[in-house]
Write a protein that binds this ligand. Structure first.
Ligand SMILES: Nc1ncnc2c1ncn2[C@@H]1O[C@H](COP(=O)(O)OP(=O)(O)O)[C@@H](O)[C@H]1O
Ligand SMILES: N[C@@H](CCOP(=O)(O)O)C(=O)O
Length: 326
């Protein structure tokens, strides 16, 4: 469950009144997600016919200095016809606001609500559509004027390794091999791959679908400037395995890549890099999950995600990466 911040009914109504969206009729906390606090907001709408929005209060992992990048990116991609939500600017034209809550200043934004549901058991047709939508954002982001360093890149991996030092066995003794594998993957990391702004966390829960069509890509709060093929590797790891990472569905993985290439064909260099990029993607999520596993208070309202599910993917890619991406 991810609502870390409490906002009382009157404060919520006053907050929504700062936007030209009608009067607040309901605000429901959204259980999904782990990073930020989200509410489904319903208003009378400007025409009295009702309207829905998502209110996001940014928590620990989202830096306020990054908000112009994230929110500007949404507006840029939406204007280019990509299936992403627009930012609703407030009456003064600002894309985000800051308010004091319980002695702390927090940033928040109101975002367009998009219809659709996330797939628990994605099909190949859905994976194909997601690959295409990802390629569409990579293309459209080429002329977005801003860039952002990956906050979950190699330096962050080393930071997580450091902070988990001596504690891997609390999760699972086999994870003691992780620091060595991080060194190996970073040493072999390909340097010359074509870049764009990438989503960097395009898991099934960050894609809204209506049938086989993508109605929304959401949660761009890890977006950064990185090799486009790395985004595809992240999605391959996220979409083509059972949640515990023990079963790989080759048809889904192929459909994802085919859907991507229908919009933006990979270069041979990118294709050759996929086995290593997929190991890197597995390590990235293993590391954040391991950090969260060891540092989330037992009484927190959020469910910890299993780091070993990405150990299993890592092991799979180390053994089968070359043939899976051939
Ligand atoms: N623009 C949107 N339209 C519809 N639903 C959304 C939208 N943004 C978020 N949601 C809903 O809120 C949930 C959590 O949002 P998300 O951005 O993934 O949070 P977190 O950053 O905590 O992971 C999503 O799973 C989805 O159900
Ligand atoms: N996709 C990541 C978790 C990132 O959290 P999100 O709720 O912001 O998508 C994982 O599965 O580890």
């Amino acid at each position: 469950m991810a609502v870390y911040t409490r906002i009382g009914a009157e404060d919520m109504a006053a907050l929504i009144a700062q936007f030209d969206v009608g009067t607040l009729t309901s605000a429901k906390g959204i259980a999904e997600g782990v990073s930020n606090s989200n509410w489904l907001i319903e208003t009378t709408g400007t025409d009295g016919c009702g309207a829905r929005f998502i209110l996001t209060v940014y928590e620990e992992r989202t830096e306020v200095e990054d908000l112009p990048f994230f929110l500007g990116l949404l507006d840029h991609l939406a204007a280019a016809g990509c299936p992403v939500p627009r930012t609703i600017h407030d009456r003064s034209g600002a894309a985000f606001r800051q308010i004091e809550m319980g002695g702390e200043v927090k940033s928040l934004a109101l975002i367009e609500f998009l219809p659709g549901v996330s797939a628990d058991n994605p099909t190949s047709a859905q994976a194909h559509a997601v690959g295409g939508a990802m390629a569409q954002i990579h293309r459209a982001a080429q002329d977005f004027g801003m860039s952002r360093k990956n906050g979950m890149g190699h330096a962050a991996w080393r930071g997580f390794v450091e902070s988990c030092q001596g504690r891997w066995a609390e999760i699972d003794p086999k994870l003691e091999a992780v620091p060595g594998l991080v060194d190996e993957v970073i040493a072999d990391w390909p340097r010359e791959l074509p870049q764009s702004v990438i989503h960097a966390d395009l898991f099934p829960d960050n894609v809204l679908l209506m049938g086989d069509a993508v109605s929304g890509l959401i949660d761009f709060y890890f977006a950064c400037t990185e090799p486009m093929a790395y985004d595809l590797a992240v999605a391959h790891a996220a979409w083509s395995f059972s949640p515990d990472g023990k079963r790989h569905d080759a048809a889904i993985g192929r459909a994802l890549i085919e859907g991507y290439e229908a919009v933006r064909p990979l270069t041979q260099i990118e294709r050759n890099a996929l086995p290593l990029l997929a190991q890197g993607a597995s390590l990235r999520f293993l590391l954040t999950r391991a950090y969260d596993w060891l540092n989330t208070p037992v009484d927190a309202l959020v469910t910890r995600k299993d780091p070993c599910a990405f150990w299993n993917r890592l092991a799979f890619y180390r053994e089968n990466g070359a043939s899976v991406f051939a």
